[in-house]
Design a protein around this ligand. Structure first.
Ligand SMILES: CC(C)(COP(=O)(O)OP(=O)(O)OC[C@H]1O[C@@H](n2cnc3c(N)ncnc32)[C@H](O)[C@@H]1OP(=O)(O)O)[C@@H](O)C(=O)NCCC(=O)NCCS
Length: 209
């Protein structure tokens, strides 16, 4: 069941040097540049359409894409954030698969540019998004699904202490094929202590990456 309500524009959120904020039209040029520079870094983990159709990310103007993303708020279908580091755009974080009714759930997806990798940016951004989803959207459950081969992304959920729920066979079409995914979950009212501690350290600027 869809969420069935409009989502207010989220306020930017910051933890130390890392932030998440709603994507905006003027992100078009820097985002296209990042996507283009990161082709080989991202392709293996990117969602694709089973028909084989679809543009190469960053190859065309990002303005219409960003406009479609922002419309997700009014439709209640998603929240498109960018990730910033010292205010510079370094990646994206999307909240998707929003379900209302008796589920009240969502999924988080993310990427960080290769030049910014290894500084704990993704786990910090995910921790900020989890806080937003529970405390602003008021949802009950968040899933993050990762290809078992994606060691770097598995480390992100491990650092935050998310619970492993199991493997979904051929779950998402990624990089031209149906790929198994390992799913991790966090539910409202049961935040892993690692997540709270990670966020605290990011805010205090004392992160041990
Ligand atoms: C997965 C990803 C988001 C992690 O972001 P991040 O901000 O670098 O996260 P962290 O700094 O916590 O690093 C996580 C792990 O990445 C690996 N890593 C760190 N720097 C790296 C680099 N320069 N190159 C490759 N891997 C690196 C390490 O294994 C690290 O774990 P460690 O801290 O225990 O050593 C990022 O690697 C990425 O965007 N990858 C491509 C897209 C993708 O996989 N998205 C997720 C799909 S589920």
């Amino acid at each position: 069941m869809p969420l069935g309500r409009e989502i207010d524009k989220p306020a930017p959120r910051l933890a130390g040097r890392v932030g998440i904020r709603l994507i905006r039209p003027r992100d078009a040029a820097p985002l296209a540049q990042l996507l283009t520079h990161n082709r080989s870094w991202l392709t293996r983990w990117e969602a694709t359409h089973p028909s084989g159709r679809g543009p190469v990310p960053g190859s065309g103007s990002m303005r219409p894409v960003i406009s479609i993303m922002r419309k997700q708020l009014r439709a209640g279908t998603g929240v498109p954030f960018v990730i910033t580091y010292d205010g510079e755009l370094v990646g994206q974080l999307s909240i998707a698969e929003l379900s209302g009714g008796a589920l009240q759930s969502s999924q988080i997806g993310y990427w960080v540019s290769q030049h910014a990798a290894g500084r704990g940016i993704a786990p910090t951004a995910v921790a900020l998004a989890i806080d937003y989803i529970f405390n602003e959207l008021g949802l009950h459950r968040i899933e993050i699904c990762i290809r078992p081969e994606n060691y770097a992304s598995l480390r992100v959920v491990e650092k935050l202490g998310l619970e492993y729920e199991g493997r979904r066979a051929a779950y998402i079409h990624i990089d031209g094929g149906w790929r198994d995914h390992d799913c991790f979950v966090v539910v409202r009212g049961n935040l892993p202590p690692q997540l709270t501690e990670f966020l605290r350290q990011a805010i205090a600027g004392e992160q041990k990456i």
